[in-house]
Write a protein that binds this ligand. Structure first.
Ligand SMILES: [Zn+2]
Length: 175
């Protein structure tokens, strides 16, 4: 879908192999990468979601965007290219969902604090610190870059229930 300069890309769902791959580092911020970042931001806000990783729109690169204000506060938009954790500590247990697993939520263990460094869209190194929801979002999006979804953190019956429901939806052509 394209509305002027706004490009909303389809978001891949659980079951697509791109979501299970480890993504590659970006070699340079080319005009293509710059456009990809714009598309990711537009797609995240349109969903709407608090974060989006490039593999979710079918691009296996290590890039994510996060905005825990979902567009209300322009200062809170974070763009990370080739991100790495600087530190992680503490623990939180909260309900979590994912744009690639629509309609499902589960409680996942995440760090309470996290510091991530990476490149911004101009190729300059930057570092961001997050607590609570932002720390959770950092870990969730980093997981996407390693081919992991939140349901991969679930064990036993909790995971089985979700996977079985998704299979049913897939068979019915509703996934
Ligand atoms: Zn997700």
């Amino acid at each position: 879908m394209s509305l002027g300069n706004l490009v909303i890309r389809p978001i891949l769902k659980y079951g697509d192999s791109t979501l299970q791959q480890k993504a590659s580092n970006v070699a340079a911020i080319t005009p293509d990468i710059d456009r990809l970042i714009d598309d990711m931001i537009d797609t995240m806000y349109a969903a709407p979601g608090v974060g989006l990783a490039a593999p979710q729109i079918g691009v296996p690169f290590r890039i994510f965007v996060i905005d825990i204000s979902i567009g209300r506060d322009p200062e809170s938009l974070i763009i990370m290219v080739n991100p790495e954790f600087v530190s992680r500590d503490g623990m939180q247990l909260e309900e979590e969902g994912c744009l690639s697993v629509p309609g499902f939520e589960a409680t996942v263990v995440r760090p309470m604090h996290a510091v991530v460094k990476g490149l911004d869209r101009n190729g300059r190194e930057h570092e961001r610190e997050g607590a609570g929801l932002l720390a959770r979002a950092f870990q969730h999006e980093m997981d996407h870059l390693d081919g992991k979804l939140f349901i991969d953190h679930l064990r036993g019956i909790k995971r089985d229930v979700i996977v079985r429901r998704i299979r049913k939806l897939t068979r019915a052509g509703k996934w």
